[in-house]
Design a protein around this ligand. Structure first.
Ligand code: NAD
Length: 351
């Protein structure tokens, strides 16, 4: 395996591995370890160019630093990406090579689930390195993080409803969901139970059919029209950069609150949302449930679900103080949250 170290300003460690024997082509980004080892998921994606994979790992690892700082997980920010189609990459040889790659960082980076990785994949990675979280409960891990991320997003939607409408009750509110994957399904279940109506879309026919069967109340629309749906909450649960120059004027919602990472194409899109009077729940604040759940694995005595759920409840306080700070400073909620995260890391660096 060839491992190349890349010098990237403001990142502690960025490494690129290629391995002819197994076909592994992967990046690990360690953004900051001031608050603890850098924990973040392992994404598998068919990036068209290597530089797209690098850009992604840099953006995502920085996001993890901010997310963990605000959620007070005691962890730093990192991420890894494997270049390739999941059908090709998700084979034992490549995953084991990824495990060996992670092992070279000696615990500075700890991996977890992310888009296109499953618990079974992590179990294979674990054969080569102990720096793996999110393994099944019976193997001493905290299990699949998605339901916990979903729980945090549901609580976060309630906080947004309170901020925008003066009541956190989802009853009678209409939520438009982009993507009905693992996290979204946990959110849908809780929204429906609480009396909300849900309009959704996905690009994966299998996923749509599974959700239709489980939740026949959900109305499906074409993926391209989801931005135009008049609703109380637009809830992104697919990929990033979906709030951009092409979509922002189409939105017909007072609230944006969902799990997808890096929802704003650029920071300035948060400013436009503010000008439009749309309340934006910064993604790295509202989607911290999964990382909070995983972080409980590091507590004395190991993982405990009760402790995790209680800590995930803090997402509501983090959102409330973000909204208050944004108002006070006359800035976007996104900029306010970034400022808080940066200050937490800078204060810890000084002490
Ligand atoms: P997932 O892969 O299970 O679900 C994503 C869904 O989005 C899939 O069903 C996919 O078909 C769909 N999709 C992709 N492009 C689409 C498009 N253009 N329009 C409509 N649907 C589209 O992933 P997940 O684990 O549910 O994560 C969803 C998002 O939340 C991702 O951005 C992820 O990074 C973020 N997130 C997840 C967690 C977690 O615990 N899983 C934690 C934090 C953030």
């Amino acid at each position: 395996m060839k491992i190349r170290k890349l010098d990237i300003e403001n990142y502690e460690t960025v490494v690129h591995a290629t391995d002819d024997a197994t076909g592994l082509n992967a990046f690990i980004g360690v953004h900051d370890t001031t608050l603890g080892p850098a924990l973040g998921g392992m994404r598998i994606w068919p990036y068209e160019r290597e530089e797209d994979a690098l850009t992604d790992v840099l953006r995502l690892s920085k996001g993890m630093s901010y997310k963990s700082a605000i959620a007070q997980t005691g962890l730093g920010g990192g991420k890894s990406v494997i270049v390739g189609s999941p059908d090709v990459v998700r084979n034992p040889e490549t995953l084991r090579a990824m495990g060996r790659f992670i092992e070279t960082l000696e615990g500075k980076y700890i991996t977890a689930e992310d888009v296109n990785t499953r618990v079974v994949d992590l179990e294979i990675v674990r054969e080569e390195t102990k720096w793996v979280t999110g393994l099944p409960l019976e193997k001493g891990g905290s299990g699949n993080p998605s339901p916990y991320t979903g729980f945090g997003v549901f609580l976060g939607i309630r906080t947004c409803l309170e901020e925008a409408f003066g009541s956190d009750d989802p009853k009678g509110k209409h939520v438009a969901m982009q993507g009905v994957g693992n996290v979204a399904q946990a959110v849908i279940e809780q929204l429906l139970k609480a009396g909300a109506t849900v309009t959704a879309c996905d690009i994966n026919e299998k996923r749509i059919n599974a959700v239709k069967e489980k939740y026949p109340e959900v109305t499906f629309v074409d993926p391209d029209t989801i931005y135009d749906i008049p609703c109380d909450v637009f809830s992104p649960h697919a990929l990033g950069a979906i709030i951009n120059d092409q979509t922002i004027d189409r939105l017909r919602c007072p609230i944006i609150a969902g799990a997808a990472n890096n929802q704003l194409a650029e920071v300035r899109h948060g400013d436009i949302l503010r000008e439009k009077g749309i309340l934006y729940a910064p993604d790295f604040v509202i989607n911290a449930g999964g990382i909070v759940n995983v972080s409980v694995e590091f507590q004395e005595g190991g993982y405990n679900e009760e402790v995790a759920l209680k800590k995930i409840g803090n997402i509501q306080n983090a959102l409330k103080s973000t909204f208050a700070m944004a108002k006070e400073d006359g800035t976007s909620t996104n900029r306010a949250a970034i400022a808080v995260a940066k200050k937490i890391i800078a204060d810890a660096k000084r002490s």
